[in-house]
Design a protein around this ligand. Structure first.
Ligand SMILES: Cc1ncc(C[n+]2csc(CCOP(=O)(O)OP(=O)(O)O)c2C)c(N)n1
Length: 335
């Protein structure tokens, strides 16, 4: 039943393979994520955002590179660090911002907040405060797609820390046993809170474990949009065409602390700056497309993203809180 297990390195097909409009769209989605997260870093310091936020800056190419291969009807399952996944899958900035500020016009009517944003209308099944909680949900969605024969694919995003959770292994086994159209994306940003992946991932790499389940696996530079896009295209097409599940391990660095407020004593400012200089997905995209796109066109996209995020913050701040009468609405399922 299982496929031959292989672990391979994928190299990128390169920007020339895509029309310029498509390249601009990919950069716009990454730029919006960066502007969103940079602004939330500042907004959180005002004390007006309820609950914890975990920022995705530095990992943009992974979410966008994967989701650019998905159809609106495909689904993703996210993590506690989910803003980038939401935006990459098509959630709109303003209702997301309202949700993070706890307002009634938020995607979940202000009841979810940063760690529980969901928007089923675009196939975003939810961020998730339970580390490692995504893969079991993805196999449920994959089983649904397989049963309905609708050609759908489910993708789970999980961190390197989350990859060590037992239920993640159960989900990978079940996906192989049932040959589900699922792609397990492991975002190895090198840290789980303050614990290095080099310490906590016993096997050394995450992709290598996949072979034990009979899953094909690929390690990819998660800061390079084109490398991620290629690897995800292969895995998603395999899933869609009945070839079963697979694993992608995407390496990156998170630019902010584990959560907003984290003192970040596990890395020096110099190390962080070196990461930002050498592994910034937006800079890497600019370098790789320099022969195809004028820098000024990308600058304009950055400015537009900042303007849109500014407007979303102003809107969310002024928006209404949920009415007290709504406190139990959408909380309990009725069957
Ligand atoms: C089941 C569970 N265990 C522990 C936690 C506490 N916790 C929140 S985030 C986190 C680290 C997750 O690291 P990783 O999966 O690498 O994701 P990253 O934060 O690096 O994106 C932990 C241990 C949790 N939320 N859920």
């Amino acid at each position: 039943m299982s496929q031959p297990a292989t672990t391979s390195k994928v190299t990128s097909g390169g920007p020339e393979a895509y029309p310029v409009e498509e390249l601009l769209g990919a950069y716009r989605r990454m730029s919006e994520i960066r502007a969103f997260e940079d602004r939330l870093h500042l907004e959180n310091m005002t004390g007006d955002i309820p609950g914890f936020i975990h920022l995705y800056a530095g990992e943009e190419a992974t979410a966008v590179g994967v989701c650019d291969n998905l159809r609106p009807t495909d689904v993703i399952v996210s993590t506690h660090r989910g803003h980038g996944h939401c935006l990459a899958k098509g959630c709109e900035i303003q209702p997301m911002m309202c949700e993070i500020f706890g307002k009634d016009e938020g995607l979940c009517r202000g009841k979810g907040g940063s760690m529980h944003i969901a928007d089923l209308s675009v196939g975003m099944l939810g961020a998730n405060g339970i580390v490692g909680g995504g893969p079991p949900l993805a196999i449920g969605a994959g089983l649904s797609a397989k049963t309905l024969r609708n050609g759908g694919v489910a993708v789970s995003f999980t961190g390197d820390g989350g990859s060590n959770q037992g239920l993640v292994f159960e989900a990978m086994n079940m996906a192989v046993v049932l040959q589900l159209p699922v792609v397990f994306v492991y975002e190895n940003n090198g840290m789980g809170e303050a614990t290095g992946a080099a310490f906590a991932v016993g096997s050394g790499d995450i992709a290598g474990r996949a072979a034990g389940f009979g899953l094909p696996a690929t390690v990819v530079d998660g800061t390079d949009y084109f490398a991620v896009r290629d690897a995800a295209a292969t895995a998603i097409e395999r899933a869609r065409s009945g070839g079963g599940p697979s694993v992608i391990e995407a390496t990156s660095i998170r630019f902010y602390g584990h959560f907003e407020g984290d003192a970040g004593l596990y890395r020096t400012p110099e190390q962080l700056q070196e990461f930002k200089d050498s592994r910034d997905p937006l800079k890497i995209f600019r370098t790789r497309t320099a022969d195809l796109i004028e820098a000024s066109a990308l600058d304009e996209i950055d400015e537009a993203a900042t303007t849109e995020v500014d407007a979303a913050v102003a809107y969310a701040r002024a928006a209404a809180w949920p009415a007290p009468t709504q406190v139990l609405t959408d909380v309990y399922a009725s069957y």
